[in-house]
Design a protein around this ligand. Structure first.
Ligand code: DAK
Length: 251
């Protein structure tokens, strides 16, 4: 795999999104490899999975804007379906998952972290859903999972303003479970994963399966609607103008 690293330490698997030149942005190739890596971990004897980004600047800076910029609505629908299927597979893994979020978790990166069971973050972490400013909507489940985690009203405020939610605020609103220095974050995630992995595996799987029932049906229906609404954003001019503006700033 080119964009995903998988490592095992005892009963703990660590999956690293490894595309640091683009701040680990998620393109179709990364998503396809992520899907294969989740299958590989599920088939292994790992009892807990840590998800992280390569480097310390970004967990994941979003879906790949360069790839999305010229998509038709049909291609956007397909891209959204790929991403939502992969994130749902991650959410429904039998074993617990921990996102270790160091730095930016923007757009699809915030959505990836929210598809994990638990989020531990660095004191440099910044979450946001800036999609509206790009002429689109969050398309990998963000409109559904953010309200579940932080409540509908606060989620709408974060979605409508696109503002950054820093680590301490993320802790105070329930978006993460712990804040660490950059140096402490990955050891802390490993320690939590080892503790989870030390519990009886059948009881752990049963606990996760039962807890997921609290929201599974609503999230599934909501994500199907999100897919359709997202694709429609690619029919007009707004999305192309906004994405070109982001890409041209770089030239
Ligand atoms: N996509 C592609 N490339 C990206 C990227 C992204 N999201 N974010 C960063 N990069 C690239 C930059 O273009 C730059 O590449 P080079 O110019 O070096 O080739 C490199 O990473 C380093 O970034 P910067 O030079 O910009 O670094 P800075 O420190 O100046 O700024 C930043 C860091 C994170 C503040 C900035 O890069 C930034 O604002 N990035 C974009 C963040 C963002 O808007 N993310 C949300 C993307 S939208 C859907 C599925 C999913 C989604 C929507 C719909 N469906 C299909 C249903 C989700 C959408 C999103 O995630």
């Amino acid at each position: 795999m080119e964009y995903i690293k998988l490592e095992y330490s005892g009963a703990v698997a660590t999956l690293t999104i490894n595309r640091p030149k683009a701040l680990n942005a998620l393109n179709s190739a990364v998503l396809s490899e992520l899907s294969a890596a989740i299958d590989e971990v599920s088939a292994s004897s790992a009892r807990c999975l840590i998800v992280r980004g390569e480097g310390t600047k970004a967990f994941v800076a979003g879906a790949d804007i360069a790839e999305m910029s010229n998509m038709t609505s049909e291609q956007a629908l397909e891209f959204g379906r790929l991403g939502t299927a992969v994130f749902k597979k991650l959410e429904r893994m039998a074993i617990p998952t921990i996102a270790a979020v160091c730095g930016y978790a923007l757009g699809g990166g915030c959505e990836l972290a929210m598809a994990c069971d638990i989020r531990l973050v660095s004191d440099t972490a910044a979450f946001a859903q800036p999609e509206t400013g790009l002429g689109i909507i969050p398309g990998f489940g963000g409109t559904q999972r953010l309200p579940l985690l932080v409540g509908v009203s606060r989620a709408k405020e974060i979605l409508f303003t696109g503002r950054r939610v820093k680590a301490e605020e993320a802790l105070s609103i329930g978006l993460c479970s712990g804040v660490y220095t950059v140096d402490e974050l990955f050891p802390a995630a490993q320690a939590m994963a080892e503790k989870i992995a030390s519990f009886p595996p059948n009881a752990m799987r049963a606990t996760k399966l039962a807890a997921n029932q609290a929201f599974a049906a609503n999230v599934d229906a909501g994500i199907s609607a999100e897919n359709r609404i997202f694709a429609a954003c690619f029919d007009g001019e707004e999305q192309k103008q906004c994405m070109d503006a982001f890409l041209n700033k770089k030239k």
